[in-house]
Write a protein that binds this ligand. Sequence first.
Ligand code: NI
Length: 248
Amino acid sequence: MLLQMMTWAEVERHLKCSNGIVIPIGSTEQHGPIGLIGTDAICPEVIAGLAAEKTGALIGPTISVGMAQHHLAFPGSIALRPTTLIAVIKDYVLSLARNGFERFYFLNGHGGNIATVGAAFSEIYSETSFERNSTRPPIRCKLANWFAFPEIKTLCEEFYGDRDGRHATASEVAVTQYAYPEHIKRAEMDKAPPAARAFCDAVDYRMLFPDGRIEADSFLATPDHGERLARVSAECVAADFKKFLTEA
Ligand code: NI
């Protein structure tokens, strides 16, 4: 169920049965020669949708722009500063918490968000920690990366060996090809783009990784791989979310 397709009365009824919500979070950034700019938001959104079919989970509006300053030297990329993203996440959570949501499961599609999302959770918890004898209901937040479940790692190895890579990965491109076959792109590109190494700002990133990819042979992606990856990840998310709703 998508929050945006419900009425407030339906949400109020839903809250009587469950106080959990899944919020996809991604990024709007270059993904190499054939990867869509929206890849990191599309993947968790699609996977959250499939997981919701199994669990009846409520899906909140995707946070589509993330911490992506290092991609800004490529046209089309948009970034929120870490402090801005922290503020966005905090306001999402506290808005929904005001009316009874307590468990927030962020399904992430972008490695660059991880540190900032963790900091946002600490800011949210600080709201109650600094209040002595707080009467606020207990908010619990969890971050899960759709690509990090062991079952997904195994599939990636089966499909791509060691060529899935670090950015503009074949696996994430495959999920977007499954979701939006009408937007599949083709382009010439080198095999085995530069290996991963530390980078700083956007200029540095573009100099080190000229076509945007890090280690990733994105051209190995197929829509069939994408469907399998999305469905397996959705099963993992469904089980993980269910557990998150009931754990102390
Ligand atoms: Ni990505």
